[in-house]
Design a protein around this ligand. Structure first.
Ligand SMILES: Cc1cc2nc3c(=O)[nH]c(=O)nc-3n(C[C@H](O)[C@H](O)[C@H](O)COP(=O)(O)O)c2cc1C
Length: 355
């Protein structure tokens, strides 16, 4: 046996997570019809020893699409597909949240019959979008109207309800990696002059309304919010990252959100201040860290009180029974990046467990 804190249970108002080794959300691009299926169910069930699984980003609407072969959660077929997944994970004694995703400007006209992707503002930006024909340069998006913003918040609520219907234990609002809620939050992409732009109180409104929509369905303790101030992916930027994100963290704390899933590389370049400790001080729910952690750094994050649990991405791709491998302290299998986003069973459900 081992006395790793990582493997100790974590009790909250809503859950008893069996360990603190969480599976990070990862798009695997294996839903060509945008519906999760038996293969998806097998993949997640193989990883059900995680304390909590957070699914790959799943689109809340047609307009939210911006990635190839990613599943959605807005049609009856999609709900049925996800029900297979939640049942398989629950049968394997796991817990699973759906990650609710709107890509906003990080999309491409190829996904929208030639129409422009939407964003807070029509600001050009420099990024690549994973289209069915391969990576393509992003285009300048179209600014959302106030009515579209309201209907998109409604889409979050409808998607959260669909997730509940499909048997998920909770949802994560994807507020990270330069997708729509982050595009509103950071003042680089958001140049609006109405109630959703300008001061941080306004820029945070979209993220918080999307979170409130999830809370209306699941209650706060079954909602997670993912943030990534230090990830510039999708050409993000803000003139006061710390101020902006600490405002958001305090607003999530005021809502008693159950989980704050904070992405910040365990090793930041010299001179950059770590924001996770600042966020941790302001948030009394479960604080999850991610990006670049291994067994030792994760154990340290828990032992020092930085985090309650650690989410692992790539390690869970190739080590389906990651908590057990941590317990035995065995060498970990490397994953093949060539099959991260393509390949059917290969590189998906064919990584064997230890025994
Ligand atoms: C193949 C792949 C797909 C990913 N897809 C998502 C996603 O859908 N949603 C998300 O929030 N992050 C996504 N990420 C980021 C991961 O959740 C995680 O933050 C990243 O892998 C860093 O954690 P790690 O160092 O443990 O791998 C993805 C990462 C990978 C490798």
């Amino acid at each position: 046996m081992t006395d790793l804190k990582l493997l100790s249970p974590l009790k909250t108002d809503a859950f008893e997570f069996k360990n603190r080794v969480f599976m990070a959300p990862m798009s695997r691009s294996r839903s060509p019809d945008r519906v999760a299926n038996e293969l998806t169910a097998r993949y997640y069930a193989q990883r059900a020893t995680a304390g909590l699984i957070i699914t790959e980003g799943t689109q809340i609407s047609e307009q939210a699409i911006g990635w190839t072969n990613s599943p959605g959660i807005y049609t009856d077929d999609q709900i049925e597909g996800w029900r297979k997944v939640t049942q398989a994970v629950h049968e394997a004694d796991g817990l699973i949240f759906a990650q609710l995703w709107h890509t906003g400007r990080a999309s491409h006209p190829d996904f929208h019959g030639g129409a422009l992707p939407v964003a807070p503002s029509a600001v050009p930006f420099d990024s690549q979008v994973f289209t069915p024909e391969g990576p393509k340069p992003a285009v300048t998006p179209r600014a959302m109207t106030l009515e579209e913003i309201q209907s998109t918040i409604q889409d979050y609520e409808t998607a959260a309800r669909a997730a509940k219907d499909a048997g998920f234990d909770g949802v994560e609002v994807h507020g990270a990696n330069g997708f729509l809620p982050a595009q509103f939050l950071e003042n680089g992409p958001n140049k609006r002059t109405d109630a959703y732009g300008g001061p941080v109180e306004n820029r945070a409104r979209f993220l918080l309304e999307a979170t409130d929509a999830a809370i209306r369905v699941f209650g706060p303790s079954r909602v997670s919010v993912r943030l990534s101030p230090r990830i510039p992916y999708n050409d993000m930027g803000d003139s006061d990252l710390e101020g902006t994100y600490m405002f958001a963290v305090e607003a999530l704390e005021a809502r008693k959100v159950g989980i704050l899933h904070f992405m910040e590389p365990v090793q930041l370049p010299d001179g950059l201040k770590l924001l996770a400790p600042e966020a941790r001080k302001r948030f009394t729910g479960q604080f999850i860290v991610n990006v670049g952690y291994d067994r030792e750094t994760a154990e340290q994050a828990i032992a020092t009180g930085l985090a309650d649990a650690v989410a692992f991405g790539t390690l869970f791709i190739s080590n389906p029974d990651l908590p057990e491998r941590f317990r035995r302290d065995v060498a970990l299998a490397p994953s093949d990046p060539a099959t991260h986003y393509v390949g059917g069973e290969q590189g998906y459900t064919d990584y064997p467990p230890l025994d």
